[in-house]
Write a protein that binds this ligand. Structure first.
Ligand code: SME
Length: 160
């Protein structure tokens, strides 16, 4: 049953990837593409309840919130090292948090959030930002999510 569920999820991810391509291949402005990607992921993936982008704020050691879909957040600026996002800005690695209550260095966006995944975006080898996804479910993220979000981040680096 678990295998069937995984295969079904994979199929859905492949369909999603095609819709992502349509957005990225369009002639829309960069911000509009990012907003549409947030909306698509938020609407189509059941366990994605908050989808947003943070980018490095100029030359400062901090992240600034960009496009997002989901509940309003107080975390517009996040210093490097703070929270899950700030840690990814420093580690340059994907951070999957199956249960946010087990994390000490975590910035709560909403009390409903149970888990989170943050995937860095690289441009010319430099960590320039990230996609951040919060879920109301505990431990929902699989390798399929990592692959899909890595793909999104790679495509973003082509035009950002
Ligand atoms: N939870 C994040 C903060 C951003 S909100 O989820 C939108 C963190 O710990 O860095």
């Amino acid at each position: 049953m678990k295998t069937i569920k995984f295969a079904f999820q994979l199929l859905k991810m492949e369909t999603l990837q095609k819709r992502i391509d349509i957005i990225f291949n369009s002639k829309k402005a960069a911000d509009e593409k990012l907003q549409k990607i947030c909306q698509l992921l938020h609407d189509e993936v059941e366990h994605y309840n908050w989808v947003g982008f943070y980018f490095r704020n100029g030359n400062k050691e901090e992240l600034k919130l960009g496009s997002y879909v989901g509940a309003e957040t107080d975390h517009i600026i996040i210093p490097f090292g703070k929270g899950i996002c700030g840690q990814v800005a420093v580690s340059n690695e994907i951070f999957v948090v199956p249960d946010v209550s087990a994390q000490d260095n975590y910035l709560a966006c909403s009390l409903e959030t149970k888990s989170e995944i943050v995937v860095p975006i690289f441009k010319n080898g430099e960590n320039i930002g990230q996609i951040d996804i919060d879920s109301h479910k505990v431990d929902p993220f699989t390798q399929n999510d990592q692959d899909l979000l890595n793909y999104v981040c790679e495509r973003i680096s082509e035009f950002i």
